[in-house]
Design a protein around this ligand. Structure first.
Ligand SMILES: C[S@@+](CC[C@H](N)C(=O)[O-])C[C@H]1O[C@@H](n2cnc3c(N)ncnc32)[C@H](O)[C@@H]1O
Length: 212
């Protein structure tokens, strides 16, 4: 894949045959695990009181990467949701309005969305250069907040990885929260809300970032 298509740092296994079906099903241990990101996303949105304000605020929502559409039912309950993913395998199984494109080159005008959601992509990027490219593109198409997940370096999981105590090859990259705040600051966003499933244990963390 070229950079126009995707970041070279992002693994390509999501484009293999069957990747969409796997992500829609067996990828998750159980329904609770599958739904965990929705619960965390709800928490950052609630924390920001966004959902208690004018419902018109969330008319247009971007879900990138949408994968197999795991977040679609929840996001569609808030507003008109467009899913974007670079993988044809994912697009084929995802539901609702969707477009195949790279998160690094989104085919939308500046400020096209009231809310931009980015779940489980940032921790696949290995350099700050790529992270800033992604965050800048998300910020460009957002008129309002950007909700995104990342892997928190201050977690038991990440600590065990650093110590070589976890078995198996894992390319996902945890980053410290200060580093994330700095990268968001570089693209004109600041963190307003944060949610963890288990603080200091689980690496998966959500933040709601708003324009500075
Ligand atoms: C870990 S999955 C997460 C999918 C979805 N957000 C979810 O949580 O169910 C990562 C997704 O990123 C997509 N992806 C990888 N590189 C991408 C890129 N440059 N632009 C858009 N999507 C990309 C993959 O195809 C895959 O669907």
């Amino acid at each position: 894949m070229s950079r126009d298509e995707s970041s070279p740092a992002v693994p390509s296994h999501w484009s293999r045959a069957g990747a969409g079906e796997h992500y829609a099903g067996n990828r998750w241990r159980d329904t609770r695990a599958r739904e965990r990101d929705v619960r965390l996303l709800e928490r950052v949105l609630h924390g920001s009181k966004l959902r208690d304000h004018d419902p018109q605020q969330l008319r247009r929502i971007l879900d990138v990467p949408c994968g197999a559409g795991r977040l679609t039912p929840f996001l569609s309950s808030l507003g008109t949701t467009t899913g974007v993913d670079v993988s044809p395998q994912m697009i084929a199984v995802s539901i609702g309005q969707r477009t195949r494109a790279s998160a690094f080159a989104l085919p939308f005008v500046d400020g096209a969305f009231d809310l931009v959601v980015c779940c489980r992509l940032l921790h696949h990027l290995t350099t700050d250069e790529d992270r800033v490219l992604l965050l800048a593109e998300l910020a460009r198409v957002a008129r309002g907040p950007v909700a995104l997940s990342y892997w928190d370096a201050a977690s038991w999981h990440a600590w065990r990885r650093r110590r070589g105590l976890r078995k198996g090859h894992d390319t996902r990259v945890p980053i410290p929260r200060r580093q994330l705040a700095r990268l968001l600051g570089d693209v004109g966003l600041r963190i307003q809300e944060r949610a963890h499933s288990m603080r200091f244990v689980s690496p998966q963390t959500w933040v709601l970032a708003v324009p500075e």
